[in-house]
Design a protein around this ligand. Structure first.
Ligand SMILES: *[C@@H]1O[C@H](CO)[C@@H](O)[C@H](O)[C@H]1NC(C)=O
Ligand SMILES: *[C@@H]1O[C@H](CO)[C@@H](O)[C@H](O)[C@H]1NC(C)=O
Ligand SMILES: *[C@@H]1O[C@H](CO)[C@@H](O)[C@H](O)[C@H]1NC(C)=O
Ligand SMILES: *[C@@H]1O[C@H](CO)[C@@H](O)[C@H](O)[C@H]1NC(C)=O
Ligand SMILES: *[C@@H]1O[C@H](CO)[C@@H](O)[C@H](O)[C@H]1NC(C)=O
Length: 262
C-alpha cells in the first residue's frame, strides 16, 4: 500500500518520532518514500552505530566509508540485485537549499543474503546487503558546512532494473559532480517504482572544525570519498576494514578520528 502522504516524514512512525526528538523540521520535499526501514550501521564491531531513522550522528561516525546495509526481510516479489542512492537535500543548509540535492552515493549490483550468524557480529541484520561491484558514484561522507544546521542524509533502496544505467538528464553525475541532484527526478527518469526501503540520519559539523569548499558541492568530499582507495585525508586513520557478517563481506568500515588534528 502506498504511504498516505508522499513525504519522507510520513514514511514511518519511527521517522516522525526520531525527527521530533531531534527538534528537526523535515520538509515534505520528497515525492518518493518507503514504509520499510533500510537497516544501516556504521563502524566495525564492537564500535557499531546503528542508524536509527532521524538520529543525529556525531560527525566522525559516517566516515570514511559507507555503512553496512541490511533488511529485516526479502522484499516481496524481488530477486535482486539491488541499488542504493544516498542524497543530501539540505545543502548548503536546510534554510537555503540552493545546492541541493548533493548526491552522496550510487551503488549498483547489491546482493541480499541471509545473515548466517547474526549473534557473532556487531550488526544483527537478518539479511545482509553486499556490493559486488565498485560504486557508480563513490560514497562521500557528510560534509555539512560550518555553521549549518544538521543536514539530512537519506538512503533509498531499489531493485536494480536489468541493464541499469544513469538515466537521461543524470549522466553528468559522478565522483566530482554531485550538486543539484534530484532523487525524485532520478527515480522518475529511470522508471523506478517506489523504493523498497529507506532510512536517514542527521549530521552537522562541530563548531570547532573548519572546512574548505570544493567545486563538487560536497565540502572536502573529493578527498574523503577517495580515502577508501587512495589518499586518506590526514585527519583520518583506519580506512577500509571490511566488516564480515555470516561470511559475507558487506558494505561498511570506518576510520578512527584523530581528534587532535581537527
Ligand atoms: C544560499 O547559498 C548560496 C551558496 O552558498 C549562496 O550563494 C546564496 O547567497 C545563499 N542564499 C541566501 C538567501 O542566503
Ligand atoms: C564495494 O565497494 C567498495 C567501495 O565502497 C569497493 O572498495 C569494493 O571493492 C566493492 N566490492 C566489490 C566486490 O566490488
Ligand atoms: C564528471 O563529469 C564531468 C562532466 O559532467 C567531467 O568533466 C568530469 O571529468 C567527470 N569526473 C569524473 C571523475 O569522471
Ligand atoms: C525534482 O524532480 C521532481 C520529480 O520529477 C520534480 O517534481 C521536482 O520539481 C524536481 N525538483 C527540482 C528542484 O527540480
Ligand atoms: C572539538 O570539540 C570536540 C567535542 O566538543 C572535542 O572532542 C575536540 O577535541 C575539539 N577539537 C578541537 C580541535 O578543539
Amino acid at each position: 500500500m502506498r504511504p498516505s502522504t508522499l513525504s519522507l516524514r510520513a514514511a514511518t512512525a519511527a521517522l516522525i518520532l526520531a525527527s521530533a526528538a531531534n527538534g528537526q523540521e523535515i520538509p515534505p520535499d520528497f515525492t518518493i518514500s518507503s514504509d520499510t526501514q533500510l537497516l544501516a550501521a556504521y563502524g566495525t564491531p564492537p564500535d557499531v552505530t546503528v542508524v536509527e531513522p532521524g538520529v543525529l550522528l556525531d560527525f566522525a561516525i559516517p566516515r570514511p566509508t559507507p555503512p553496512a546495509l541490511g533488511l529485516a526481510a526479502i522484499p516481496s516479489g524481488t530477486t535482486g540485485p539491488y541499488m542504493v542512492v544516498m542524497t543530501d537535500p539540505d545543502a548548503p543548509s536546510p534554510q537555503n537549499r540552493s545546492s541541493s540535492e548533493i548526491l552522496h552515493w550510487i551503488q549498483l549490483d547489491i546482493s541480499l543474503t541471509a545473515n548466517a550468524s547474526p549473534s557473532e557480529s556487531g550488526v544483527a541484520f537478518p539479511y545482509v546487503l553486499a556490493n559486488t561491484s565498485n560504486p557508480l558514484v563513490p560514497y562521500a561522507p557528510p560534509q555539512p558546512p560550518a555553521g549549518s544546521d544538521p543536514h539530512r542524509y537519506i538512503f533509498f533502496l531499489w531493485e536494480q532494473p536489468e541493464g541499469f544505467a544513469l538515466p537521461e538528464g543524470y549522466t553528468q553525475f559522478n565522483a566530482t559532480n554531485r550538486r543539484l541532484f534530484n532523487v525524485s527526478g532520478f527515480a522518475a527518469a529511470a522508471g523506478l517504482p517506489e523504493p523498497l526501503a529507506a532510512n536517514y540520519f542527521l549530521c552537522e559539523r562541530p563548531d570547532n572544525m573548519t572546512a574548505t569548499a570544493t567545486s563538487s558541492g560536497v565540502v572536502g568530499a573529493t578527498s574523503a570519498a577517495a580515502s577508501a582507495t587512495t589518499s586518506a585525508p590526514a585527519q583520518f586513520t583506519g580506512g577500509a576494514v571490511a566488516l564480515s557478517v555470516g561470511g559475507a563481506s558487506i558494505l561498511g568500515a570506518v576510520g578512527a578520528l584523530i581528534a587532535g588534528l581537527l
